[in-house]
Design a protein around this ligand. Structure first.
Ligand code: SF4
Length: 371
């Protein structure tokens, strides 16, 4: 239960003890069939997904991390669960900051959004990957872009902060400036830019090359300095390395956003993901289980499992990430390392940086670009 203690500042949180962000994939069911879907979402709910009672026990456990724990209800499409309002209300009563990442479907009516806000929802994140018809193609559903715009307006009318999520891959990278305009237009407080990790249906998409990623990260720095909204990256922690190289000071690196979340967290170190069946993964893009929350203690799994402990020890990183002077502020995407090499401690193949004095092996994509 909530103790009524003040919510700690992100800088005061020890990520070996609790995550900044705990994501719960409440279902894999979704009406959309997005090209990049990590969950490889299905139309129907899985028979073994956590029940309402199991979900409430999970939220009880999440509250043991401490007051103000940030919980993201994700999917699939969380709107597919008919107990969603009940779960948001329950989590809020336990002292959790409950947020939601729904899909852009007809379920996002103003009434449904208002009910979630009334239950205590603190933020909603909507995905926009490209303008209009290109977004619809990417999401596999005509009209999805317009429905997302309407939902964004409904969220604004309900007085809830809005976040916009965008997937960057070879298909979408050229439209990022247009998406930036959309983010400003709908009044989002944060733009979360996700760099594709090849898992689930995302394996059929082409990622951008490391050099292109570098220029996008530079551009995002420019956007963050000028835009009325915050900018964060997902699965591209070298955004912080780029900021440090540009500003020359750790204090100038992208930091806390409006909900008090620090940049630079990586899978297993400030970030944890509970699957629809209760498996605890370091992230949704690193589907390696530390155990199941239905028969093991969530807090113990996060704090003490070998998998999570190894991901938090930046001195155990291998290859150029292990040799990199930025590994403690960056650490690379452990999810991408795992997806590409099968080893979550390997180098992130999307990073173009070559650490000074490092002459060991480079990830395949960078080695090919250097030839
Ligand atoms: S080499 Fe690894 S740790 Fe260094 S900046 Fe690149 S991704 Fe980050």
């Amino acid at each position: 239960m909530s103790t009524g203690a003040p919510i700690p500042s992100p800088r005061d949180i020890d990520t070996s003890q609790r995550p900044f962000v705990l994501i719960w994939e409440v279902t894999q069911a979704c009406e959309l069939a997005c090209d990049h879907c990590r969950a490889d979402a299905k139309p129907s709910r899985h028979p073994d997904e956590l029940t309402t009672a199991e979900g409430k026990r999970l939220l009880d456990s999440a509250a043991e991390f401490g007051d103000g724990q940030l919980v993201v209800l994700s999917g699939g499409d969380p709107m597919k669960r008919d107990d969603l309002v009940e779960l948001v209300r329950y989590g809020t009563k336990q002292g959790l900051r409950m947020t939601l990442t729904p899909s852009g479907t007809e379920a996002l009516t103003p009434d449904n959004i208002a009910a979630l806000v009334d239950a205590g929802l603190q933020r909603m994140a909507l995905s926009v990957d490209a303008p209009a018809t290109a977004h619809d193609r990417f999401r596999g559903e005509a009209g999805s872009f317009e429905r997302t715009r309407e939902a964004a307006e409904a969220a604004r009318d309900a007085g809830i902060p809005l976040q916009t999520n965008t997937t960057v891959c070879a298909t979408t990278v050229e439209t990022l400036p247009a998406v930036r305009e959309f983010v400003a237009e709908v009044g989002a407080v944060l733009w979360s830019v996700f760099f594709l990790v090849p898992v689930g249906r995302g394996q059929i998409l082409d990622p951008i090359q490391p050099e292109r990623a570098e220029s996008v990260l530079e551009w995002l720095q420019d956007v963050s300095e000028a835009a009325p909204f915050g900018v964060k990256t997902t699965e591209a922690p070298h955004y912080r390395r780029v900021a440090l190289q540009r500003n020359g000071s750790a204090t100038d690196a992208p930091d806390a956003d409006a909900i008090g979340r620090r940049g630079g967290i990586i899978a297993g170190d400030g970030f944890a993901f509970v699957s629809h069946t209760g498996e605890l993964f370091p992230s949704g893009f690193l589907p390696k289980s530390a155990g199941n929350v239905t028969d093991s203690d969530l807090v113990s799994l996060y704090q003490d499992s070998t998998l999570f402990e190894s991901l938090r020890d930046r001195d155990r990183l291998k290859g150029k990430c292990g040799a990199c002077e930025f590994r403690h502020v960056c650490g690379g995407s452990r999810s991408r390392a795992y997806a590409v090499t099968g080893d979550p401690l390997a180098s992130d193949p999307l990073c173009a940086y070559r650490p000074s004095g490092y002459d060991g092996p480079l990830p395949d994509r960078q080695a090919a670009a250097d030839r």
